[in-house]
Design a protein around this ligand. Structure first.
Ligand code: ZN
Length: 499
């Protein structure tokens, strides 16, 4: 074969490859078009002709929903609102109109750090530097309020008189990008610090609020009557055991590189898992690697501080602290299958005593119902326990059978709130959890004494749980049961209560 024939053959092969690529490209484009058409018909909108010049994939609604012959849904009766006139599936860095406000996570100067911007209004959308939405899990109710037009899309909050009731920080921990990765350390001051941005029309909202209140728990009235708690008129306000408290509500705000590092995974793996396992709700987790902050749709936390809030970070006074994860059935409704409410009350009482002794007492309440598995899983586990013999030796296995794990609370992010409060040591840790203990000391916060719940506060039916937890590594000053002994610790059977 001559050289020219060789060349000819090579060119032919190249041509085949190129036309095959072209064919694939066409197929891909058709697939993308099909998806877009489907999205359009689902949302009763049609494609605008100027997509190519737009900063993102944008669709514009027809003047009237009935203009489009393909629309038959009777659900679409309301006039399109400004927020529903366009659907932006996702955005990409560097496109026209995409100009995120600078965000330097961990910068010591709040203005240099930059505001967390996640709003979707017309003046804010292109300036966003965060993915997700405000309000944690309540962002879905916000979406409902907008969908039903109960809430106007252009509503802007009036922050008059909403500022914190006490000063907190700034502490050196606020400017350590590795110490605080799961909340915005400037979240309580956002309306004040970033007022000029707000005045320009950018939608910026606080992720932390600080207030003060009285609280009344019947058990603490008993504590006063029994003489365990003294009325001082300041912290224990009266004979009813009413307590004066400063409360801090915190919504989650994740700095994704820091969160990934805390869990020992790479940022890409974290982003992809969050994207895929929220039904693809946040495509910018994939398309906007330049945005590092994510406001996840999960519950937040509340700090209950007894005594002067300034003392929380004061190393010269003692600090008693409980970290409590939500258990609605026990905390609020008094279920006796676990130790949650008794331990919570013990924590509050000890915190109050510490504050009365000149120290500081703090209880931090995390919305992580049922070890962050949720109440449905929790009740399934209860059924599996009570339909068999409810033995301590089987306790964790019952959860693992259903959930695949025994716990999803991931305490690694929990210490952020301690860093934010300026806490560097805890004198009395009112918790037996080894997971909480390890998470805190791994963050360089010292823990002195660990204080278990007193035996006489443990409901009989919750021995199964507490003995199983102690066997699994929970701190105790008492006895750790052997596996054999655990099998003799049994909870109440259903027959005992069905009367
Ligand atoms: Zn509980």
């Amino acid at each position: 074969m001559s050289e020219s024939e060789n060349t000819h053959q090579l060119l032919q092969q190249l041509l085949t490859v190129v036309s095959s690529i072209q064919h694939d490209q066409k197929a891909l484009t058709a697939a993308v078009d099909a998806i877009n058409t489907r999205v359009n018909s689902l949302s009763d909108v049609k494609e605008v002709t100027s997509v190519a010049t737009s900063s993102s994939t944008v669709f514009v609604a027809p003047q009237s929903p009935l203009d489009d012959g393909s629309i038959s849904s009777s659900a679409v009766q309301k006039k399109p609102t400004p927020s529903t006139s366009k659907i932006i599936l996702t955005t990409y860095p560097g496109r026209m109109g995409i100009d995120p406000l600078p965000m330097v996570w961990g910068h010591a100067n709040a203005k240099e750090r930059g505001p967390v911007v996640v709003g979707r209004g017309p003046q804010t959308h292109g300036r966003r530097n965060a993915i997700g939405a405000h309000g944690g899990s309540y962002s879905i109710y916000h979406a409902l309020a907008l969908a039903t037009q109960e809430l106007s899309a252009d509503h802007r909050p009036d922050f008059t008189n909403t500022e914190p009731v006490c000063n907190i920080g700034p502490f050196p921990q606020w400017s350590d990008p590795k110490k605080i990765v799961a909340m915005d350390p400037w979240g309580h001051l956002a309306p004040e610090i970033f007022k000029s941005n707000i005045d320009e029309g950018i939608d910026i909202r606080p992720t932390i609020a600080v207030t003060k209140a009285h609280m009344h728990l019947p058990e603490l009235e008993h504590s006063v009557k029994a003489g365990r708690l003294k009325v001082d008129g300041d912290i224990v306000v009266n004979e009813l055991g009413e307590l004066a408290v400063t409360k801090f509500a915190v919504e989650p705000c994740w700095y994704l590189p820091g969160v990934a590092e805390r869990f020992g995974v790479d940022e890409g793996t974290l982003r992809r898992s969050l994207f895929e396992n929220t039904g693809g709700s946040f495509p910018e987790l994939i398309t906007r690697p330049d945005i590092k902050v994510f406001l996840p749709p999960i519950g937040g936390l509340t700090v209950y501080c007894f005594g002067d809030p300034a003392k929380m970070s004061d190393r010269s006074v003692k600090l008693s602290l409980r970290i409590h994860d939500e258990c609605n059935g026990s905390d609020v409704f008094g279920s006796d299958i676990c130790t949650c409410r008794p331990y919570l009350l013990f924590g509050i009482e000890e915190a109050v005593k510490e504050a009365q002794n000149g120290g500081s007492g703090v209880v931090i309440y995390f919305r992580k119902e049922g070890r962050a598995l949720g109440e449905v899983t929790k009740y399934l586990v209860y059924n599996a326990r009570k339909r068999g013999i409810d033995r301590a030796s089987e306790y964790f296995k019952r959860t693992e059978n259903i959930a695949g794990v025994k716990d999803m609370r991931f305490q690694a992010l929990m210490p952020d709130i301690l860093h934010w409060l300026g806490i560097t040591k805890i004198d009395r840790m009112l918790s037996m959890s080894n997971m909480k203990y390890e998470a805190i000391v791994n963050q360089g916060i010292e823990i002195g004494e660990r204080v278990p719940i007193p035996d006489d506060m443990i409901p009989a039916d919750s021995r199964v749980e507490i003995d199983a937890k102690i066997h699994a590594g929970y701190f105790t000053t008492g006895k750790v049961l052997t596996m054999e002994e655990l099998s003799t610790v049994q909870g109440r059977a259903w027959e005992d209560v069905d009367h």
